[in-house]
Design a protein around this ligand. Structure first.
Ligand code: ATP
Ligand code: MG
Length: 339
């Protein structure tokens, strides 16, 4: 919004559109009760000269600051125009420099896309391209469009970034924080209400997914690989407003991966997940097959594959039951009812 426009609007109108302005008025000791029908210049004109001098009120500067504050808050909170309906991948080149042979791949809101391919083929690279919203400026030379357009660069550089939430393969915590403090930092940066409840919910969910439980006072640096993964998944699922979620292999963390996935996906998100796990791969709507760094094929999950998925899930239950026994130190015997 233009600064001059702010000056022309009634305070009541500004507050309706930008409710967070209340905080600005309070923080600056600006009493607006009963003066809501004034514009900002009219409001500042109500101060007498003594007040202006004693309180060092600089109307012009304050109006400027209000404009800045609105801009920053909008950038921080995201606005409706930030809804991501589609992500488009435009072809680049594979590791040998050959052009990828597809026109464009459009991923829609609500879709889950899996990325499969041998180790080292370029699955994480593709996720990296999307996270960076690549514009022919990564090794693959791919281009990523958001809502069929080259997106605003702000998405690349802001750390309160709302476009992409990434659960990466390698997570090294370097901060000296407890689990509670770590989650609290995130909750605070996202301005959630009832912070305590949210923090508790995240830690509980993470403990649901992980095997061995950890407490809120555990230092994050002493969490195991699976525990930190579980914490990041719960944190992303519950706190993140990002419309795009990128997941790089949740299967190897020893956590309940299907529950993790169910926690992460929701209808208004776009999920891309690199995986070696057939169950996760078939849970997606489509899968991208990567070969030698390039997108080799795009396959829609067939009805037959969905039937096979349920067979695989039954097999998985058996495996999980054995894993649980193994982990708890039992001797493996034939599980009742299984061939
Ligand atoms: N199209 C490409 N052009 C050039 N380099 C590429 C391309 N695709 C991938 N690479 C590079 O190949 C290497 C391996 O890719 P990547 O880490 O994405 O593999 P991966 O499929 O995720 O493997 P893993 O299954 O082991 O996680 C990386 O250094 C990556 O930057
Ligand atoms: Mg990888």
């Amino acid at each position: 919004m233009e600064k001059t426009e702010i000056a022309n609007r009634k305070i009541s109108e500004l507050l309706t559109e930008f409710p967070f302005l209340t905080a600005f008025f309070n923080d600056n000791g600006l009493e607006i009760e009963g003066k809501e029908e004034l514009t900002l210049p009219e409001y500042f004109a109500t101060f007498d000269e003594d007040e202006i001098e004693n309180r060092a009120i600089d109307a012009e500067n304050l109006i400027f600051q209000i404009g800045e504050f609105i801009e920053q808050m909008i950038a921080f909170l995201g606005k409706d125009e930030d809804i991501v309906m589609t992500v488009t991948i435009l072809p680049g080149t594979d590791k040998s420099g050959n052009a990828e042979r597809f026109d464009e791949l459009v991923i829609k809101q609500g879709e889950i896309i899996c990325i499969v391919g041998p180790t080292g083929s370029g699955k994480s690279r593709l996720l990296g391209d999307i996270e960076w919203v690549a514009q022919s400026d990564t090794p693959t030379l791919r281009k990523i469009l958001i809502n069929n357009d080259v997106p605003d660069k702000k998405w690349r550089f802001s750390s309160s970034d709302k476009l992409v939430a990434q659960l990466s393969q390698n997570m090294n915590f370097v901060m000296d924080l407890s689990v509670y403090e770590f989650v609290e930092l995130h909750a605070e940066s996202r301005l959630v209400e009832n912070k305590e409840i949210i923090i508790k919910r995240i830690i509980d969910k993470a403990n649901d997914l992980a095997g061995e439980k950890f407490s809120p006072d555990t230092p994050i640096t002493s969490l195991s690989g699976g525990q930190s993964r579980a914490l990041m998944i719960a944190d992303t699922a519950i706190l993140s407003k990002s419309p795009i979620i990128l997941i790089d292999e949740i299967e190897n963390a020893g956590i309940d991966r299907k529950r993790a996935l169910r926690l992460l996906i929701s209808e208004d998100k776009i999920v891309l997940m690199a995986t070696h796990d057939p169950i996760l791969a078939l849970m997606g709507n489509k899968r991208i097959v990567i070969k030698n760094g390039g997108i080799h094929k795009i396959i829609e999950t067939t009805d037959q594959e969905r039937t096979i998925l349920s067979t695989l899930e039954d097999m998985d239950k058996i495996l999980l039951a054995y894993r649980t026994k193994l982990r708890s130190g039992e001797i493996i015997e034939k599980i009742e009812g299984q061939g």
